[in-house]
Ligand binder design. Structure first.
Ligand code: GDP
Ligand code: MG
Length: 188
């Protein structure tokens, strides 16, 4: 059955987390080291085959800066799905992501499919989230710090999001996170 044509979705998250880079990777298959900051918001569209249907994604890439915050509801209000992005090497961006989740839970469409993207997964050695959050564990920052992944995973589960670590740089899980959202939207 054809479904979910023209899915409107929105990317939210701290400035620098990699929202524009994720969209650029998804839409054009490209990555640039010096991605320009988004002003206001940018619009993209991309089609993807999901099962038997062709789904057209219409994507609002928002800026993330506090001074544009009041504009955000314009982009998420009509959205069927949202990807909330943080940078795994930046604890503050994870805290900011949680704030976005709270805002969407309070003001967004109640059926919205929400994904949490822990981006820059290629920066394994810079990992900070959770290593700082639990002092009862020795603060060993391993190459693959499972604890941080676990913290985000638990948070996502408790809040009804699904979680993936992504890398716009290496393309890890980028198509997958969009694909997973499309699949979940076709189930509702
Ligand atoms: P936005 O403000 O959330 O849109 O973030 P940008 O997409 O502008 O990215 C901010 C910076 O992080 C840029 O210099 C990007 O090149 C870099 N960046 C984005 N995604 C990744 C990633 O997956 N890995 C690495 N190493 N850098 C990334
Ligand atoms: Mg941007």
């Amino acid at each position: 059955r054809p479904c979910c044509h023209d899915i409107l979705r929105v990317l939210l998250g701290d400035v620098g987390a990699g929202k524009s880079s994720l969209v650029l990777r998804f839409v054009k298959g490209q990555f640039v080291e010096f991605q320009e900051s988004t002003i206001g918001a940018a619009f993209f569209s991309q089609t993807l085959a999901v099962n038997d249907a062709t789904v057209k994604f219409e994507i609002w890439d928002t800026a993330g800066q506090e001074r544009y915050h009041s504009l955000a509801p314009m982009y998420y209000r009509g959205a069927a799905a949202a990807i909330i992005v943080y940078d795994i090497s930046n604890q503050a961006s994870f805290e900011r992501a949680k704030k976005w989740v709270q805002e969407l839970q309070a003001q967004g469409n109640p059926n919205m499919v929400m994904a949490l993207a822990g981006n820059k997964a290629d920066l394994l050695d810079a990992r900070k989230v959770a290593a700082e959050a639990s002092s009862s564990f020795p603060a060993i920052v391993t190459r693959r710090n499972v604890r941080q992944w676990h913290e985000a995973q638990v948070y996502a589960q408790e809040n009804g999001l699904f979680f993936m670590e992504t890398s716009a740089k290496t393309a890890t899980n980028v198509n997958d996170i969009f694909y997973e959202i499309a699949k979940r939207l076709s189930q509702v």
